[in-house]
Design a protein around this ligand. Sequence first.
Ligand code: AMP
Ligand code: MG
Length: 506
Amino acid sequence: MFPSFSLRYAQLPARMSAECDPTPVAAPRLVAFNHALAGELGFDAAAFDAGEAAEALSGNAPPAGSAPLAMAYAGHQFGNFVPRLGDGRALLLGEVIDRGGQLRELQLKGAGRTPFSRGGDGRAPLGPVLREYLVSEAMHALGIPTTRALAAVTTGERVLRRLPEPGAVLTRVAGSHLRVGTFQYFAARRDVEAIQLLADMAIERHYPHLEPLSGGGRYLALLEAVIARQAELVARWMGVGFIHGVMNTDNTTISGETLDYGPCAFMDVFEPRTVFSSIDERGRYAFSNQPHSAQWNLARFAETLLSLLDDDHERAVALATDAIEAFPEHFEASWGAVKRAKLGLSKAEEGDEALAQELLDAMQAGHADYTLTFRRLADVLDVREGESDGREGPVSDSGEARLVELFDSPEAITAWLSRWRDRLAREDADAEAIAARLRATNPAVIPRNHLVEQALTAAIEHDDFGPFEALLAVVTRPFEAPDEGEVDYTRPPEANERVLRTFCGT
Ligand code: AMP
Ligand code: MG
């Protein structure tokens, strides 16, 4: 049932990882399996067997041909450098070649202690495993580069956190798990050979168009490409109101995939200073600080590459500095494009930036829901009322009324709508076409914190995976208005449902 493994990371010099077997668990049970992703990865669907999958993906019987290892990495956590982190509870099984010919890494998260576990138990509680499953799959469906979730297996064992919780193992899939922190681990040890091997692996896997380059130019081009990709990634996060929550350098990928769904959450009401993570006391990783945090992390990446950029240290620093200073430009270009698309604008005009900012300001002042405001822009244009997000409000309400009701008071948004309509008049598309474009860009459904929390609680406390499965089904089709049912997946939380704090789940 498993595709065959290649062991490219395992073939790197021994000092770059630690071979390590998973620690068996008492009673593995497959509680989620991503058949679509499995197909993409070359699994044999006809040979699928839930019992065998549970044994393999709990780590009790690792799949044939895999060679589990823990990767070495370091990282800046909230600005403090930790020279040795590494996979303390994750094991890389190896890579498979997917149906598109791309290498994809399979990792078991929560499979037991490793040489990098420090004081930790190497385990993962069920709640955080399901959260990562839901949110990473939602991100993928939203078109945002991310690691994926292939499976979740409960272990039949309890893990002790604040209280004892059911344990679980997540199978995570990534183009690679190369992080800024992977480079930092070797830079801190002045291991230039390892850094060059990592850089070459990154180019081969994620930036193959740079292959023909050689010498310092090759690694400068890598740095610039990673900067551009991270800038675009953060812009895309912000387009859906995503707050990563723990943008440490060990959670910043070289591939530009979103990695580490610990305390992450989506914003409901638009407020740029929003922070959910319980450990982010100073708001370092608040919504609107994310571009700055990414640039800071990329500067740490640049430092690890200096010896490859130029033999002359000062010249290398100058090259790296120029590259890092270009980050804001990359970010603004991406964020501008994201905002234009969210307003239904297909070509750029001078005043677009201001128009977008005025809407954000109105949302912030009027405590409007970020997702629904953008989603209902389509309703304002549309003849088919009441369709964008399901049921909300009587059908007789005009689309405009349904948007305006999201704001504390109507003045600012009503005035803004008239400016927006004037701008749309200069688009080469009719209202219906723009509405269709808007509905394909602005999701109806995001994994709202309170719904995620409810789904997790049902699974943890009642062994009821129904709410998890139902939520997964709608957040993985985020641009469709969900069918009416018991749960309204589109609406923001009521005051008493709001989840204001999220936890790392480590
Ligand atoms: P994270 O907060 O998941 O990014 O993890 C930061 C570091 O702590 C990484 O080195 C993890 O492998 C390690 N870690 C997190 N949770 C555990 C755990 N339960 N057992 C061992 N190591 C852990
Ligand atoms: Mg992490």
